[in-house]
Design a protein around this ligand. Structure first.
Ligand code: FAD
Length: 332
């Protein structure tokens, strides 16, 4: 098995790296955890609402996460930029590679399944975000802000223990967000340092294209509204990998595996649609964030909704951790 990537393992972080602890553990990357979080804090112009999380989330170190996950994967790594495909031959900057089973996990570009300019890359459901990491003290929790500087999206502050990731996101995919990030950070008396980011691809596209299995943002698996894409990419990746293992072991044909993979994703289609509608509603009525935060802050309403949200793409061996974890206490 070979993993082709244009960059070395762990290079090119785009994300704020907030994910459920159970996901990071399932990837064998627990040692990358920087801080555990037990709550979301929503900030609107009307005030602040705290939503307790039904399972612990964490912020983690991207490079360490990738290195640890890769060490568990048992695959060969070749650094090569993929430029396209002809049947089962993958064209790269290092020459051609022929594969029996191909998986496209190249993020929003979907290089094997679609490629730039292809109708497969659905720009309608493409958000864009940037962030900058700055050393400072911060209140516990994962903080989301619905503020005038990003009317078509939101801002965030994710503490990691000493360092805080400040970011802004446009649901409409606006990529000129530098001024909005600077304005947002100036609320805390801070200025952006080096900035990274990119597109987030939602909207569930076909999961198998011309025999190529597609996982993560390449298949539009990032959740609309929240922009959470790590959990979905990991869970879909696990299911995809498990099915392809069965093909290699002669237990399934490739077509059967494709059907099963599509069925796995189809189970969550309604949840994606509901989030997409909520996303559209928020774009049309930005003040909805204030009302929603307040209403769901009432006891009894939030828990079932969050549990439903966290139930997307379930995978039997990845269960929410039920032990009590030390929160905000730095590394595990
Ligand atoms: C600013 C920002 C903050 C975010 N914060 C969070 C967060 O806190 N929590 C969360 O859950 N989600 C977050 N997301 C979304 C999340 O990062 C993505 O949904 C997730 O990374 C998708 O994973 P992926 O493996 O599909 O794609 P990616 O993480 O984009 O990985 C794609 C890989 O493909 C490689 N690649 C690309 N093109 C080629 C090519 N031509 N040839 C070879 N290799 C190639 C890249 O080098 C990369 O390694 C955020 C996104 C952004 C932009």
């Amino acid at each position: 098995m070979v993993l082709l990537d244009r960059a070395p393992v762990g290079d090119g972080v785009t994300s704020a790296c907030g994910a459920p602890v159970s996901i990071v553990r399932a990837m064998g990357a627990e040692a990358s955890i920087q801080l555990i979080h037990d709550r979301l804090v929503l900030h609107t112009r009307a005030g602040e609402t705290v939503w307790p999380l039904p399972e612990p989330f964490c912020t983690f170190d991207y490079r360490r996460f990738c290195e640890l996950a890769f060490a568990h994967a048992g695959v060969e790594f070749i650094q090569a930029a993929v430029t396209g495909r002809s049947g089962s031959t993958v064209r790269t900057s290092r020459g051609d590679f022929s594969g029996t089973l191909l998986v496209d996990a190249t993020g929003w570009r979907a290089v094997l399944a679609g490629g730039p300019g292809s109708p497969y890359v659905n720009r309608r459901w493409m958000a864009f975000g940037i962030e900058s990491e700055v050393e400072c003290a911060f209140e516990p929790g994962l903080h989301f802000y619905f503020l005038p500087e990003v009317r078509d999206g939101y801002a965030w502050a994710f503490p990691t223990g000493g360092i805080v990731r400040f970011g802004v996101l446009s649901y409409l995919g606006r990529s000129k967000l530098g001024a909005a990030l600077a304005q947002f950070m100036s609320r805390f008396g801070l200025r952006p340092r080096s900035v990274h980011g990119g597109f987030l691809a939602s909207g569930l596209r076909p999961a198998v294209v011309d025999g190529v299995f597609v996982a993560g943002d390449a298949s539009g698996q990032c959740l609309p509204l929240t922009g959470e894409g790590i959990r979905t990419a990991v869970l879909a990746g696990f299911r995809c990998g498990e099915l392809l293992r069965q093909v290699l072991d002669g237990e399934l044909t490739r077509d059967q595996a494709a059907e099963e993979y599509q069925a796995f994703l189809a189970k969550s289609r309604r949840k994606f649609r509901a989030l997409a509608w909520a996303n559209l509603a928020l774009l049309a009525l930005p003040r909805l964030a204030v009302t929603t935060a307040k209403i769901l802050g009432r006891p009894g309403l939030l828990e079932p909704l969050l549990a439903h949200y966290l139930d997307v793409f379930t995978y039997p061996s990845v269960r929410p951790t039920d032990e009590t974890l030390p929160v905000h206490s730095g590394r595990l």
